[in-house]
Design a binder for this molecule. Structure first.
Ligand SMILES: Cc1cc2nc3c(=O)[nH]c(=O)nc-3n(C[C@H](O)[C@H](O)[C@H](O)COP(=O)(O)OP(=O)(O)OC[C@H]3O[C@@H](n4cnc5c(N)ncnc54)[C@H](O)[C@@H]3O)c2cc1C
Length: 282
């Protein structure tokens, strides 16, 4: 289907982009991989698209002792090709490897994915699991929102119409951290029916500390499962601890049922994926 009519602007600065958005009925355009199909299906009909392509500084990946900073216009392909990230944030790399297909990976961006807020998308799940910070600029200035507070439901966030994501910051990744990511999709590259990201740090006695367990695709937004984290913290991660965490996760989740999978299937899938993640944690 042809797109509805719209005006197009490609501002050269962030301030200009925000001013255009503040006029109303405008949408930021990043990779276009979610926005353009949404417009084609007439689910959105903004009067203006504000292309972020010319704004400098949004396409950088920075790594230092505080962690990883991904500019809003960093693409999945950029993450995949940055060899430093394999040690700086292996969980991010493993999760992003599951995103979509080749063509979409060449265009889809960090900021677009966070703003689009699909409950099954990988990056929002990693951001929530890792307590990432999302940097936002708008007409009223800048703010930083924790990923856990950023997503408010399916395809909705705390972003105002005149706000743009500029960066996401993932805290530093200790070298001895144990982690894993698993998801199940009907076909490779499709959105997952459910996915689980998890990590923990092992203390001198080999017991798990600081467990972070996040789920995608099994709820209205990505979120951490506190009950599963509590079941793991303070225990040696053996078969009994893994079972306890997986059953706690299943009990805590209230997934939706849809044409792809029933609620019961998704709940069970999330538990099984968590077992696999913890059983294979590197
Ligand atoms: C067939 C298909 C399969 C896919 N499979 C997956 C998958 O498995 N996993 C996955 O995670 N994703 C998947 N995607 C989505 C893909 O990763 C998208 O590219 C991504 O979600 C949106 O990024 P974008 O840069 O294309 O954003 P756009 O489509 O340009 O924009 C999406 C939304 O974000 C807003 N926006 C963009 N940038 C900003 C910003 N900096 N600040 C504020 N708002 C902004 C736009 O206004 C729009 O509302 C799939 C898409 C398709 C078409």
């Amino acid at each position: 289907m042809k797109l509805p009519r719209f005006d197009y602007a490609a501002p050269a600065t962030l301030a200009e982009a925000i001013a255009l958005l503040a006029r109303g009925n405008a949408k930021a355009l990043a990779g276009g991989q979610s926005l353009i199909p949404t417009m084609a299906f007439r689910l959105a009909a903004p009067a203006m698209l504000v292309d972020l392509a010319r704004i400098p500084g949004l396409d950088k990946i920075q790594i230092d002792e505080n962690g990883v900073k991904l500019g809003a216009r960093v693409r999945w392909r950029d993450i995949e090709r940055d060899a430093r990230l394999k040690s700086a944030h292996p969980l991010l790399v493993a999760a992003i490897a599951q995103v979509a297909h080749y063509q979409i990976r060449n265009r889809g961006t960090v900021g677009g994915s966070l703003a689009h807020a699909d409950p099954a998308a990988e990056l929002p799940g990693i951001a929530v699991t890792c307590d990432a910070e999302i940097l936002i600029s708008g007409s009223r200035g800048k703010r930083i929102v924790r990923a856990g507070q950023f997503f408010t439901g399916p395809l909705s966030t705390v972003l105002a119409d005149d706000e743009l994501i500029t960066e996401v910051r993932l805290p530093a990744w200790p070298a001895n951290r144990r982690w894993g990511f698993e998801e199940l999709a009907r076909r490779r590259g499709d959105f997952a029916m459910a996915g689980v990201a998890a990590f923990y740090d092992a203390d001198e006695e080999g017991k798990a500390r600081n467990a972070h367990i996040g789920v995608i695709g099994a709820c209205s937004k990505p979120h951490r499962i506190a009950q599963a984290e509590a079941a793991l913290n303070g225990r040696v991660v053996d078969a009994a601890a893994i079972q306890a965490a997986a059953r706690a996760a299943e009990k805590a989740l209230e997934p939706p049922g849809d044409l792809h999978a029933s609620a019961a299937y998704r709940r069970s899938l999330a538990g099984t994926l968590l077992e696999r993640v913890l059983g294979g944690a590197r």
